[in-house]
Ligand binder design. Structure first.
Ligand SMILES: [Ca+2]
Length: 296
């Protein structure tokens, strides 16, 4: 599909999306990797070979999903207890156009509507398949395993210890301090209908930027009907829709909540769709088999 599906997804927001798509399921010097990753501390940030900064996300447990009284909640946001057993690194920003081009040598957003060009703007018009190809190529370049986060890892990282609708609390009035949203509604992207340069707004407690909006982000797993709890849940084993997490510059505030789950076909692309990548801290990657299968 082209730009349109992604835009439609964002415009309609939580409710239309859920009714249509959740029926199936929901560096400069690189490589200066820390010499002892096992000793890494929360708050640590590494910079990889393409200048991408990744923050250490500590292992821990959290409640995934939203409480039944959360405004804008959908029934697909069932609450489950989740343990993230291994710390991992996660990009502090969405993958940028500069980072994308340095790895892939292409410019998928060029000439597309609702897209600004520049090295610090997020890479958009990239499909789930494209994001996997990016991870595979960067992994080969550095000899490490880069991957998409699972949706459980994504929500854990987004919440950063919070239990509220957003990482900063329950009041959407603060959303513009943290992200770009509402381009076709009453958000701060209303007069600037495009994905903005990454990292301009406030970060969450893990030091992650643009988790609630700007571009919606591909996650590794298929979109299941309900959230899966337990230890390192990998999400639905099959499906037709891949998970997109976080809202985008188009989305209504309710679709920017931490628990909101969207999705798209693996070849969907849009001006409001991008991704950020994860890097495991050790070979004990709980999702390594799944990731290896994706990168074959
Ligand atoms: Ca985002």
């Amino acid at each position: 599909m082209s730009t349109l599906p992604g835009l439609i997804w964002g415009v309609l927001g939580a409710f239309a999306l859920l009714s249509v798509w959740t029926k199936n399921s929901c560096g400069q010097e690189a490589s200066k990797e820390p010499t002892n990753l096992a000793a890494s501390k929360p708050g640590e940030v590494l910079t990889n070979s393409i200048g991408m900064k990744l923050a250490l996300i500590p292992s821990g447990s959290f409640t995934m999903g939203s409480p039944v009284n959360e405004p804008g909640r959908s029934k697909y946001e069932n609450q489950v207890e989740v343990t993230i057993s291994k710390s991992f690194y996660l990009g502090v920003t969405e993958v940028t156009q500069g980072q994308w081009t340095s790895v892939m040598g292409t410019t998928p957003w060029k000439g597309k509507g609702f897209a600004k060009e520049g090295s610090d703007y997020p890479a958009t018009n990239v499909s789930w398949d494209d994001s996997i190809a990016f991870c595979k190529k960067l992994s080969e370049k550095e000899g490490k395993t880069y991957r998409l986060p699972t949706e459980a890892e994504w929500e854990y990282a987004c919440r950063a210890g919070s239990t509220s609708a957003y990482s900063f609390g329950n009041d959407a009035i603060q959303l513009s301090e943290f992200d770009w949203w509402g381009g076709f509604g009453d958000g701060n992207a209303k007069t600037e209908k495009y994905a903005h340069s990454v990292g301009q707004k406030l970060a969450n407690r893990f030091g992650l930027y643009d988790m609630h909006g700007n571009v919606a982000e591909w996650c590794s797993n298929w979109n299941g009907l309900y959230f899966e709890g337990g230890r390192d849940p990998q999400g639905a084993k099959s499906g037709e829709i891949r998970v997109l997490r976080g809202g985008s510059w188009i989305s209504a505030a309710v679709a920017c909540r931490s628990a909101f789950c969207g999705g798209g076909a693996p070849d969907d692309r849009g001006g409001n769709i991008g991704f950020r990548i994860a890097l495991q801290t050790s070979s004990e990657d709980p999702s390594s088999e799944e990731i290896k299968a994706q990168q074959r």
